[in-house]
Write a protein that binds this ligand. Structure first.
Ligand SMILES: *Cc1c(COP(=O)(O)O)cnc(C)c1O
Length: 241
């Protein structure tokens, strides 16, 4: 069963309220905080509802699903309800294997999960073959959990500098995933660490003007992420509960 649009609208209003409250606590402008809807747990109906509600940044965590969803949504928009709706701007937020780089580039406007030079180089050469540039974020493992993807904090600066030499990639910021736990405060140290690394990089002029995003904060911890400086929240379940 799909989640009704009215329910998504209510959730969205609540989330936006929380974002405004958290921004106020941190003396930030809530307008600096963007929301990417992660739709891996729902269907295309919900994606169309999001578009109708004005949410056009849509994310998937797996490449295959990203590509399949993009095709389905295109179809729906061409055929019916969607007349006049903006198309989604697709984000890939999950781990990307090098052999799927080309497929990901076919759809994604932003890839949040670049975490190695080899992957960055593969994306760069594929993108340059297609004569385009792609916005990427460097994923950093700020929680020192072994199973997590992301480069080590200590390797971040050097890797970011190397990525900015790749002409078909535009490094627009950093991404992290906090440890999952019931307590949002347990996420805070990872967010703080990412922001500190980000500030260090800005100080070193890594990436220039384009380098301005912190993609951090999910359903369970986004208010804390806003307090710590997030500019992109990746929210799934809280939109569809
Ligand atoms: C699923 C996912 C999210 C969203 O998680 P929720 O807890 O549903 O908000 C964000 N980022 C990544 C990388 C994900 O895989």
């Amino acid at each position: 069963m799909s989640v009704p649009r009215s329910q998504i609208a209510r959730n969205l209003a609540r989330i936006r309220g929380e974002i405004v409250d958290a921004a106020r606590r941190a003396r930030r402008d809530p307008g600096e905080v963007g929301l990417v809807a992660v739709t891996k747990s729902v269907g295309v109906e919900e994606i169309v509802s999001l578009l109708q509600l004005g949410i056009t940044d849509i994310a998937e965590s797996r490449v295959q699903q990203l590509v399949a969803r993009a095709a389905e949504v295109d179809d729906l928009l061409a055929r019916r309800a969607g007349k006049g709706l903006a198309s989604p701007r697709w984000h890939l937020v999950g781990h990307l294997q090098r052999n799927k780089a080309k497929v990901a580039l076919g759809v994604a406007a932003m890839i949040h999960s670049v975490d190695s030079l080899r992957l960055a180089e593969e994306l760069n050469s594929r993108a340059s073959q297609d004569g385009r540039t792609i916005d990427v974020l460097l994923q950093v493992n700020c929680s020192q959990e072994r199973q997590k993807h992301g480069c080590a904090v200590g390797a971040g600066m050097h890797l970011a500098e190397l990525i900015t030499t790749l002409r078909s990639l535009r490094l627009v910021g950093l991404m992290t995933m906090a440890p999952l736990s019931g307590d949002p405060e347990r996420a805070r140290p990872a967010f703080t660490r990412l922001r500190e690394l980000f500030e260090e990089m800005r100080h070193e002029k890594v990436g220039g003007e384009a380098f301005r995003h912190l993609s951090m904060g999910m359903s369970q911890d986004y208010p804390v992420a806003v307090e710590e400086g997030a500019t992109i929240l990746r929210i799934g379940s809280a939109l569809f509960e």
